[in-house]
Design a protein around this ligand. Structure first.
Ligand SMILES: [Zn+2]
Length: 123
């Protein structure tokens, strides 16, 4: 009987540990292989949001300056960015001309890929 009691205690303990883990996990989620707070964003998500903003600003700038090419520095100023958004992961932004639009890029390939996919969805 003593051995059976020991097993019951182990099972109860394991159940408690499992409940605690499930409870703590409920505050976090997996995104891009990172464990982030439920309300937080990963650096990729933040970067994609920046790229969308840069694309929108470049579009506005282009229609205000026909025949000219926007530069990232040109997107800073009244009506545009107060300060240029930065990639949290240290990626460097650039603008490229594609068709008759301008597409922002991040030097981190994964960010760039996700950003381009997000921008395609907008059009
Ligand atoms: Zn980035």
């Amino acid at each position: 009987m003593k051995k059976a009691k020991g097993i019951v205690e182990i099972v109860v303990l394991a159940a408690i540990v499992l409940l605690v883990v499930v409870y703590l996990r409920s505050f976090y989620r997996y995104a891009d292989g990172e464990l982030v707070p439920r309300r937080g964003v990963t650096s990729v998500e933040a970067c994609v949001a920046n790229l969308k903003q840069l694309a929108a600003a470049a579009e506005v700038w282009s229609s205000a300056h026909p025949g000219e090419d926007p530069t990232l520095d040109g997107l800073v100023g009244p009506g545009y960015f107060r300060i240029l958004p930065k990639c949290q992961a240290g990626g460097v932004y650039s603008l490229s001309k594609e068709g008759d639009g301008f597409v922002p890029h991040c030097s981190i390939p994964e960010h760039d890929k996700r950003g381009l996919a997000a921008l395609k969805r907008l059009h």
